[in-house]
Design a protein around this ligand. Structure first.
Ligand SMILES: Cc1cc2nc3c(=O)[nH]c(=O)nc-3n(C[C@H](O)[C@H](O)[C@H](O)COP(=O)(O)OP(=O)(O)OC[C@H]3O[C@@H](n4cnc5c(N)ncnc54)[C@H](O)[C@@H]3O)c2cc1C
Length: 464
């Protein structure tokens, strides 16, 4: 039996791959307390203003069928066909909620196909522990059940974000503070009240679009240290592979110079194409850089990389531009110092960048948009992670971006032991791969992990 813990995009894609690749009857159990398969954090939104940040033609769940999502979208009677009159084009950005439906439908289609020899059992339970044995391990669930499995895929997604100030500030217990913007009811706000968004990445854009869709009339003040919004998607195909005929850059400085030069050489300002051309090589490049260089990247280049690599759909960008022009969206780069709450609102105190400070921002609500935590040493309350870290099965990577793992996505424990009966997928592999959180990487990992899990199913762990 193969277990998958987590039924977000990573878990659903891996389940589908096991169904597609299995050649002998095998049973898959997928555990997730959430009631909808394939949604997770990203695709569970009901808000149709929340669009995929990858165009429809590039976000198939199956690496060997690039047009699979687009075909599904345009199939007569499908829910996406209701969104518009004409067919959906490869360059269109569709709502993320639709993608969650697509993943659920893919899993359903795979396991109900007469040629599929695997069976899938979806259990609405939280997994509290996994105890590895020589031949696999034992899953312990919150319902008190145990299951012996040959392999387990940990598709746990992102950690929740940390609070924007260190320590246990009393304001973080206030109803005016939204620690997790994806939680049900998180967008409830006085429609005329000004709000503060801490963080200026894709999460902040999502919050603005959700509040706008709900008829918000107040002002949005956004702050982050770097003060950069994600750039918009735009025209321009990926440039040719400009790293193909040369040794990989040995330092971040060399890489940045190369990218800058390439952008200048294109002459057309096609920086998007130059950045996108790096994508197939990012993981190899990252792995080839010494630790010191990866640290340099995080210190000096990361903010630029994040805002240029993780772009917003043009439609979302236009909405932000309109809000800016109307004076309803203001960005103040700086460092948060404190929150002072009173019965009528909250004052955020900020040291603004390149301005004499401090400045006081009066708002009704504060949304934490700083993005997921990646440091597994932080305190969090997930029993499965707490147990696996305490037992030394999982171990944070040296950059504290995720978990230590082999090239085959098996965790490397605290004592350097490889747990080959476990696979990690998606966000927790960030330290090892850097580029691992989006569907194009997850679908490739899912296909490889399915093959690995099926090998374990056929042979005891120690024979592999
Ligand atoms: C808001 C947002 C928007 C995004 N938009 C895009 C996009 O447009 N395009 C793109 O390519 N990528 C996007 N991403 C990147 C995203 O990380 C991936 O696309 C993908 O959704 C990650 O899925 P996941 O299954 O790894 O994690 P998650 O979606 O977080 O799912 C993890 C699941 O594991 C379950 N779980 C956790 N612990 C346990 C446990 N102990 N027992 C049982 N179940 C457990 C949770 O309930 C959850 O359902 C977005 C990410 C976010 C957060």
């Amino acid at each position: 039996m193969i277990a998958i813990v987590g039924g977000g995009a990573s878990g659903a894609i891996t389940a589908a791959q096991i169904g597609l690749q299995a050649t002998v009857p095998c049973r898959v159990i997928l555990f997730d307390p959430a009631d909808h398969l394939g949604q997770g954090l990203a695709y569970g939104t009901r808000n149709l203003a929340h669009l995929l940040n990858v165009p429809a033609g590039k976000i198939s769940a199956l690496p060997d069928q690039p047009g699979h999502f687009l075909d599904w979208l345009n199939r007569a009677g499908n829910v996406a066909a209701l969104l518009r009159e004409g067919p959906i084009a490869p360059g269109d950005f569709v709502p993320r909620a639709i993608y969650g439906c697509y993943l659920a439908s893919l899993v359903e289609e795979v396991f109900s196909h007469p040629a599929c020899v695997a069976t899938l059992d979806v259990r609405p339970s939280r997994v509290l522990d996994f105890i590895p044995t020589d031949f696999g391990g034992t899953i312990v669930t919150g319902d008190g059940d145990t299951e012996d499995v040959s392999h387990v895929v940990l598709a746990l997604g992102n950690l929740p974000p940390r609070d924007p100030l260190p320590g246990r500030h009393p304001f973080f217990r206030s109803p005016r503070y939204v620690p997790l913007v994806w939680q049900a009811g998180a967008m409830a706000a006085d429609p005329d009240g000004d709000v503060l968004l801490v963080g200026t990445g894709l999460t902040a854009v999502d919050v603005i679009l959700a509040l706008e869709a709900a008829g918000h009339r107040g002002k949005y003040i956004a702050t982050s240290r770097g003060g950069r919004w994600p750039q918009p998607h735009g025209p321009g195909a990926a440039s040719g592979d400009y790293l193909a005929d040369r040794p990989p850059p040995a330092t971040i400085r060399e890489l940045v110079r190369l990218v800058r030069k390439k952008i200048e050489d294109t002459g057309s300002g096609n920086w998007r194409g130059v950045i996108d051309a790096l994508r197939p090589r990012t993981q190899t490049l990252w792995k080839s850089l010494p630790l010191r260089e990866r640290q340099r990247f995080l210190r000096h280049v990361r903010p630029f990389w994040e805002s240029h690599r993780h772009r917003v759909p043009p439609d979302a960008w236009r909405k932000l531009e309109r809000l800016r022009a109307d004076g309803r969206l203001e960005l103040i780069p700086g460092r948060l110092r404190d929150f002072v709450e009173d019965p009528n609102g909250v004052t955020a105190i900020l040291d603004p960048r390149r301005r004499p400070g401090p400045c006081k921002l009066r708002v009704q609500k504060v949304f934490n948009c700083i993005g997921p935590e990646s440091n597994f040493r932080q305190h969090f309350n997930d029993p499965l992670l707490i147990n696996l870290l305490a037992r030394g099965v999982l171990h944070p990577d040296p950059l504290l971006l995720g978990l230590e793992a082999t090239d085959d996505f098996e965790p490397i424990g605290a004592a350097g032991r490889i747990f080959s009966q476990i696979s990690l997928i998606g966000p927790p592999l960030r330290g090892m791969l850097w580029e691992t959180t989006a569907i194009p990487e997850i679908r490739a990992q899912g296909a490889r992990i399915a093959a690995h899990a099926l090998r374990h199913y056929l042979h005891p762990a120690w024979e592999i």
